[in-house]
Design a protein. Structure first.
Length: 276
């Protein structure tokens, strides 16, 4: 019986690893293909059949061609600025909102949470067209900060719910104990609660940054001269060749991967906290 149970345990574990490996390959294979085509010569990109690194010539010709294309560098700068503004606004607004919805009991709290989440039920196309008309009437159309406000509205509901759930996982007794030992409510929040919720805030920041960086429809509708990188690539996609497409996909993917890699320890800490 013990032998059969052990074999079943090993088979279950092997099956879990196999599924994990297949899922990782499913996600990483397209990224690997895009990277191999972006880091080679333009002649290799146009050739057939295509190879993958390291079995193809390594070169920055394709990336240089992409970065030298019209509107790419300004679009890159605009994307970074919009994503950072969105990240700052969403975090500054969502942190106190998440704390309030998780710590305080007030009439209509559940309805308020549902209303926050219901904002995400509206498609971007429904929000973008009226906002474009409003921005034109206010004289702020085709501006980086106006697009950042739109991205903040898109990311804020989920950011509030994520940060609020993290605050709810922190026992309120810790704040009460800190106040018993002489801390003010603000000091208890800053010294006790804030260090514990930083992983959750980091996770919300990852979501906000990646969503703002990859958003394309609102950026295309709300900007003309000051387009972000995804909007500029989308506009130029029909007239561009394969080298431009592969390099554009890799370049738009790279900052998100770097950003997630930089704050990965906070994500791991949050998962470990939730598992406890």
């Amino acid at each position: 019986m013990r032998g059969q149970a052990r074999r079943r345990l090993l088979l279950g574990r092997a099956f879990t690893y196999l599924v994990g490996i297949l899922l990782a390959l499913w996600v990483l294979a397209p990224i690997w293909l895009i990277a191999s085509m972006a880091l080679t010569t333009t002649e290799t990109v146009r050739s057939y059949p295509k190879g993958v690194l390291p079995f193809i010539p390594f070169s920055f010709d394709t990336m240089s061609f992409f970065l030298g294309s019209y509107g790419i560098v300004p679009g890159l700068i605009n994307s970074v600025v919009v994503a950072l503004i969105t990240l700052a606004l969403s975090t500054l607004i969502a942190a106190p909102a998440g704390y309030a919805t998780s710590r305080y009991l007030f009439r209509g709290r559940d309805a308020f949470r549902l209303a926050i989440l219901a904002v995400r039920a509206f498609p971007v196309v429904i929000l973008s067209i009226p906002l474009a008309v409003t921005f034109i009437s206010l004289g702020i159309y085709d501006q980086v900060y106006s697009l950042a406000l739109m991205h903040t509205a898109l990311t804020l509901p989920t950011t509030i719910l994520v940060i609020g759930s993290v605050f709810a996982s922190i026992p309120y007794e810790l704040e009460e104990a800190a106040q018993v030992f002489g801390c003010t409510p603000l000091q208890a929040f800053r010294r006790v609660v804030l260090p514990l919720v930083l992983p959750g805030i980091a996770a919300a920041a990852v979501f906000t940054f990646v969503m703002s960086w990859n958003e394309v429809f609102a950026a295309t509708v709300l900007t003309v001269q000051n387009r972000t990188l995804p909007a500029q690539v989308l506009v130029s996609l029909r007239q561009s060749g394969e080298a431009y497409k592969f390099a554009g996909g890799f370049f738009m993917l790279l900052p998100s991967v770097i950003f997630i890699f930089a704050i990965r320890k906070y994500l791991f800490n949050m998962w470990g906290q939730i598992s406890k």
